[in-house]
Design a binder for this molecule. Structure first.
Ligand code: ZN
Length: 216
């Protein structure tokens, strides 16, 4: 099984991917992690990638494809994995197809978590994080007992820069222009699964499981 998990920032990909990796015994192959590792080792490729990431930009296609090609070259054709953070552009999706075809294999499914833009902005805008213990809250969906005070440690709650509407809109715009076209690229190839992401975490996961079952 080889899965891609797509969806806008704030659609809950992180927690769904963790759960999928456990439930289907998959390796999680994350380009973000590979870049951070390379950076830690002082690899110039890592330095270059981190420059893009720090500026909130996508790492360029050539560099990203090279890292993924190298990483997947160590895997057998029947390896089971979930790709995390890749592909982010149509060029990367094409490169991935090529890498897999050369290995004599292909993707099993592309799971697309669909959430309306305004819903995401509302979700992110309400997020609050404890300055002391990093516990997370939501002003509407998971409010602390006392406003702006952490239930767990009494620490101060704050809003991360990343979660402010202007920043969220910026990331959503990058997603719309660069990443969203990937969905069209995969459309009509029989393995694109659209999942309603405006439901509880459990319901979203059950829908994914059912769709994967129907596929095989
Ligand atoms: Zn706390």
């Amino acid at each position: 099984m080889k899965l891609l998990l797509m969806g806008p920032p704030g659609a809950g990909k992180g927690s769904q991917s963790k759960k999928l990796v456990e439930a289907y015994d998959l390796q999680s192959i994350s380009t973000g992690e590979m870049f951070r590792e390379a950076y830690k080792k002082g690899d110039p490729m890592g330095e270059k990638a981190m420059e893009y990431i720090r500026q909130g930009e996508l790492v360029d296609d050539e560099l990203t494809n090279r890292v993924v090609r190298e990483r997947l070259s160590h895997e057998r054709p029947d390896a089971r994995f979930l790709l995390d953070g890749y592909p982010r552009t149509v060029n990367q999706a094409r490169a991935l197809d090529k890498i897999l075809t050369e290995k004599g294999t292909r993707l099993t499914a592309v799971i697309n978590i669909v959430v309306d833009k305004e819903v995401i902005i509302e979700r992110m805008a309400g997020r609050r994080v404890c300055r002391q213990c990093a516990a997370t809250y939501h002003t509407k969906f998971r409010p602390p007992r006392v406003e702006n005070v952490c239930d767990a440690c009494g620490g101060d709650l704050h809003q991360r820069e990343d979660d402010k509407p202007a920043s969220v809109r910026n990331r959503l715009n990058i997603y719309e222009s660069k990443t969203r076209p990937i969905i069209d690229y995969y459309k009509g190839r029989g393995f694109l699964i659209n999942i309603d992401g405006e439901q509880s975490f459990e319901k979203v996961f059950r829908d994914i499981q059912r769709a994967l079952r129907d596929l095989t």
